[in-house]
Write a protein that binds this ligand. Structure first.
Ligand code: SF4
Ligand code: SF4
Length: 78
């Protein structure tokens, strides 16, 4: 499913929780990349913790690395 870009989803996003090596090692900012799409820094892939996220589960996502590869919408709703 596509993920709405809203505050409820943003607060549940784990990207900026201090638990994602890709986010932390690339010194990213923001979050909710599954709705908002790629981070402009073109981050290096380390590890993605999206499957632990309640947003990922609620919208039945199945992809990883939205910060690198683009939003769920750009990836066929996955
Ligand atoms: S699925 Fe990933 S990008 Fe989307 S809100 Fe959760 S942690 Fe953030
Ligand atoms: S999309 Fe995945 S890899 Fe990118 S910051 Fe969020 S949890 Fe980390």
């Amino acid at each position: 499913m596509n993920v709405p870009d809203n505050q409820d989803n943003y607060v549940r996003c784990l990207c900026y929780s201090g638990r994602c090596p890709t986010y932390d090692e690339n010194k990213l900012d923001g979050g909710l990349f599954c709705a908002r799409g790629k981070h402009p820094k073109n981050p290096q892939q380390k590890k993605c913790i999206c499957p632990d996220c309640s947003v990922w589960q609620q919208y039945q996502l199945s992809s990883l690395y939205y910060c690198i590869k683009g939003s769920a919408e750009e990836r066929g709703g996955k």
